[in-house]
Design a protein around this ligand. Structure first.
Ligand code: ZN
Length: 78
């Protein structure tokens, strides 16, 4: 893995790492991380919340406003 992410950090696509879950992702040995879109849109900050593989977080784009791949399901929704 290229780098370690800390909760609250934001990737190059304005996606914030909210927290790690205990749900398995769909990449080898990965867990689902919760991401939140911090991108400014015409209606304010997007705020879309979705699941990603931890290994994939660095390059993820928002499924709602950037045409990213659909998020992974996670059980600890809140
Ligand atoms: Zn978004």
């Amino acid at each position: 893995m290229a780098r370690k992410w800390n909760v609250g950090q934001i990737n190059r696509n304005s996606q914030k790492f909210v927290r790690e879950t205990k749900d398995p992702g769909n990449d080898h040995g990965q867990y689902v991380w919760v991401a939140e879109c911090q991108r400014e849109t015409a209606n304010g900050v997007c705020g879309h919340i979705y699941g990603v593989n931890g290994s994939d977080f660095w390059q993820r784009k928002c499924p709602a406003c950037q045409g990213g791949r659909p998020g992974l399901p996670f059980s600890e929704m809140r």
